[in-house]
Ligand binder design. Structure first.
Ligand SMILES: Cc1cc2nc3c(=O)[nH]c(=O)nc-3n(C[C@H](O)[C@H](O)[C@H](O)COP(=O)(O)OP(=O)(O)OC[C@H]3O[C@@H](n4cnc5c(N)ncnc54)[C@H](O)[C@@H]3O)c2cc1C
Length: 402
């Protein structure tokens, strides 16, 4: 049956960014239509979400559902495991240094996606489990033609439709794309020793090898390698792969046993030239794709959503109007560009054989390890953009001025 419907906000895409956007806009009082399929299949990855993202989950009423399945991240460590001439010192970030109990939580994507989908199903949000087949963007509305033949009309289209974002393309937003000679091998494993809620990122010549704690003596792993090597490792039997993981970690967590399920993700970077145009606003991977280093991706996506809801709420009668989109673009630009550039530069410095790149990385990490105020600044900025600067300048002011 063909039918037309008008909705103020149309969210395209039902990955984590789309589900969170739909819940967030509904919570802010907007009528929402979500368009996207049910989760495609099992996802064995985990996502580390920092405290500000978790605050958003509390607001949306989904925090209690995920908490029992998640492990707190209290310490984050960077270890230079390269064999290069210039090596960096180990840098350790402790949440307690900035008076936080934890940086955030690491939780299985299966739990995250299920919890979000259930929350949407119980929220009264209209969820069309179809795909947007075509877009028509005019001066007053965004129109989506769905694969099931129906149409949706809205003031604002939220493009949460992933790295290839058809909505972004329909809006004529150009992108810069870079593909890396790297792939991420992803799996979960058990280990003999306690992880003490510490995540360790080993920097290697092919990219980072990152262990992140899960509840109990379990951790998740994102191992960035050359694509062929990732494929060869994924084809090993459990015992051999467990040995390789344990060796790479220098037996830091004792005996390792990998769990069933291995996934491989090719790495690339996508940077749109703008973040909103012609009634379409980009969030999540539609707005930024970069290698999985430092748990930035979805955290940044949640900040996109928060800022977009803010801009829309100040333009309630027409949240997709040019002035609301310009405000959103202006707000997001520094945060997205800073995070994307930092992650891409760090990744390239690992791949580079050039001495100057190694010297800069080593000097940067050395300064972080040796100078506690700089470390605190980066930890605060990592959690909440601007909070490092606020604490730094607050600290410079005399007590009487506070
Ligand atoms: C190995 C790895 C580890 C990571 N670890 C972390 C981490 O620890 N912390 C962190 O913050 N981030 C992490 N990330 C990043 C995080 O996973 C992504 O930022 C996040 O999954 C992006 O979600 P999304 O909803 O934007 O995109 P997607 O999950 O790609 O969802 C896009 C959705 O849009 C739908 N869609 C596409 N086209 C259409 C259409 N025409 N109509 C309707 N729907 C459409 C798709 O079906 C899909 O459901 C990691 C990424 C990787 C690869």
């Amino acid at each position: 049956m063909n039918h037309r419907e008008t909705a103020r906000i149309l969210v395209a895409g039902s990955g984590p960014a789309g589900l969170i956007a739909a819940l967030g806009f509904a919570e802010a009082g907007f009528p929402v239509t979500l368009v996207g399929p049910d989760a495609a299949g099992p996802d064995g990855r985990t996502t580390a979400l920092m405290n500000p993202a978790l605050k958003m989950f509390e607001r949306l009423g989904i925090f209690d559902g995920i908490r029992p399945h998640a492990a707190p991240l209290k310490v984050m460590r960077i270890v230079d495991a390269t064999n290069r001439l210039i090596r960096s010192p180990t840098v350790t970030f402790r949440a307690s240094e900035i008076n936080e109990e934890q940086f955030g939580l690491n939780l299985p994507n299966s739990v995250l996606n299920r919890t979000l989908a259930e929350a949407v199903a119980h929220s009264g949000i209209e969820w069309r489990k179809s795909m947007v087949e075509a877009w028509r963007l005019d001066a007053d509305h965004a129109h989506a033609v769905l694969a099931d033949g129906s149409e949706v009309e809205a003031s604002l289209a939220v493009a949460a439709d992933g790295r290839q974002s058809p909505a972004r393309e329909a809006a004529g937003i150009r992108t810069s794309i870079r593909s890396y000679p790297q792939a991420a091998l992803v799996l979960n494993f058990r280990h003999r020793s306690d992880h003490a809620f510490t995540s360790t990122e080993f920097h290697t010549e092919t990219g980072p090898f990152t262990q992140v704690p899960l509840p109990g003596n379990r951790s998740s792993l994102v191992w960035v390698l050359e694509p062929d090597i990732a494929k060869d490792l994924a084809a090993l039997d459990d015992a051999e792969l467990s040995t390789r993981v344990e060796q790479r970690m220098q037996s830091m967590l004792g005996r390792v046993s990998v769990e069933p399920g291995r996934q491989i993700y090719p790495l690339s970077a996508v940077s749109p030239w703008r973040f909103a145009h012609r009634r379409v606003a980009l969030v999540g991977e539609a707005a930024h794709v970069f290698p999985p280093i430092g748990a930035q991706g979805l955290n940044l996506g949640i900040r996109d959503i928060d800022d977009l809801i803010g801009a829309a709420s100040r333009n309630r009668s027409d949240p997709g109007a040019a002035k609301a989109l310009a405000a959103y673009d202006f707000k997001r630009r520094p945060d997205i560009l800073a995070r994307s550039s930092a992650v891409n530069l760090l990744n390239m410095s690992l791949l580079s054989d050039m001495l100057p790149a190694q010297m800069v990385r080593s000097a940067g990490l050395g300064a972080l390890e040796g100078f506690a105020p700089l470390r605190a600044f980066f930890m605060r900025e990592g959690l909440r953009p601007g909070s490092g600067f606020a604490a730094f300048f607050g600290g410079l002011r005399k007590p009487a001025e506070r």
